[in-house]
Design a protein around this ligand. Sequence first.
Ligand code: PEP
Ligand code: MG
Length: 538
Amino acid sequence: MERIQGKAIFHGIAIGKLSVYGKKRQRVKRQKAACAEHEKERYFTARDQAAAQLREIYKKAVQEVGELNAQIFQVHAMMLEDDDYNESVLNMIATQGVNAEYAVAKTGDNFAEMFAAMEDEYFKARSADIRDISDRVLAALTGAGPAAVMTEPVILAAYDLAPSETIQLDKRLLLAFVTEVGSTNSHTAILARSMNIPALTGIRLSEDWDGKPAAVDGDTGTLYIEPDEAVLETLRRKQKEHEDARALLLELKNKETITGDGRKVHLYANIGSTGDLASVLENDAEGIGLFRTEFLYLEKDHFPTEQEQFQAYKTVVETMAGRKVIFRTLDIGADKQVDYFGLDKEENPAMGYRAIRICLDRTDIFKTQLRAILRASAYGSLAIMFPMIISKQEILEAKRILEQIRLELEQEGLPYRDVEVGIMIETPAAAIISDELAGEVDFFSIGTNDLTQYVLAADRQNPKLDACYDAHHPAVLRLIEQVVQNGHAGGAWVGICGELGADTSLTEWFVQIGVDELSVTPSMVLPVRKVIRDIGRT
Ligand code: PEP
Ligand code: MG
């Protein structure tokens, strides 16, 4: 038995046969071509074929993972039109007299390496997209079939899985997947979570594994090759426990989130895109307490237009069918960098030019987003909240711009509804002056992820500071309690949307101090509901 430790992308247990996909990747030979014009024609035909396939995949992906996540395939189709990419292929054919396959493979490698060398995590991840489109054109040139063909249930192992490969996998036959590379920022990781199967990354692959029995523990991030009977028994027991716990939790669907002594808590879910909606509904969240709208910007290579945003926001609101959706306005900056914003490199980005600071400065970007959100309000129930607030002035300014947008829509005869306006309490400043801020808003949503890092001066991105980054620190907990009291005293309701909201060891305390709403990752909705319903009943 071999035991390999990786990093978990998604939890759960899978036991089955391994299928190693990397070895099926084609090797391309450099050959002298008899006629450059003929090779160019072959390239154009293959490229058109690849574009047609991508259009089909896009349609399938819209159905399966929602429009936002599917957009990557439109981006891939656009990449095929990219002048630099095309010129590189055609130039190699013309000047080096090589076959189209070689020109495509070499261009793909060159561009992928260029992206991989970039510092920005987002652009690093685009390297996989370039390889993906080049592989697709190559497959069309050589007449090869689709990448990973599965005929039986398997644990798929791959060096890397590109988004279009991930989406094409037959989910009914996919028990789990493990990859050697891939960041948690990549589209593949986002898609993996929405597929709801165990997934690991950081696993160094070996082609000898193909066909061998294996097991994936997505809870601990471990892959077992040829697991022995003792490991299998433990994992089967864990699997059964997962299933039993899940079955019990599913009984809580459609039940109220209320304590035994009648205290109601609004239990909402956090999302980053429309692709997360299926899991929100499956886990019976009562609303969306944090829609991280910046992911829409992260997935694109240009500022999303008002119409693009409106379509995405409308989908979310319509799908939630009258349940509340809290839109957090753009929280770009810090770890979420988008190249087309053209932001300067900063010494200390977490404490830098980000979120509301950018929005109040670049009002063109902010206004476009507010128009799209307000227009979507006509289709359901939504609220708006502003991130990274530190002062009353920022709230007044943001509300002034929102009012301006409301009047614009009024004048243009575009429908909208009144929306609640809130702020995230995620800076010590906002928490400390929350008594003064409460009167300006309808609600507070406590962002414990950032609040913890700023209160404890411990960078949330730095794994070396795991021990310092303690969201249970009394300084953090005391601030949370004060914010709830100040919010209520000033007439604002108070929720928690940071990761701490899903920490069931604190749920009872949250209820005791009067937290009105908890917004958690979708898979934690039912576990938190269980804890709340058990309060005062046992
Ligand atoms: C937070 O800071 O707690 C929060 C919810 O926002 P994000 O994790 O997106 O920074
Ligand atoms: Mg935050």
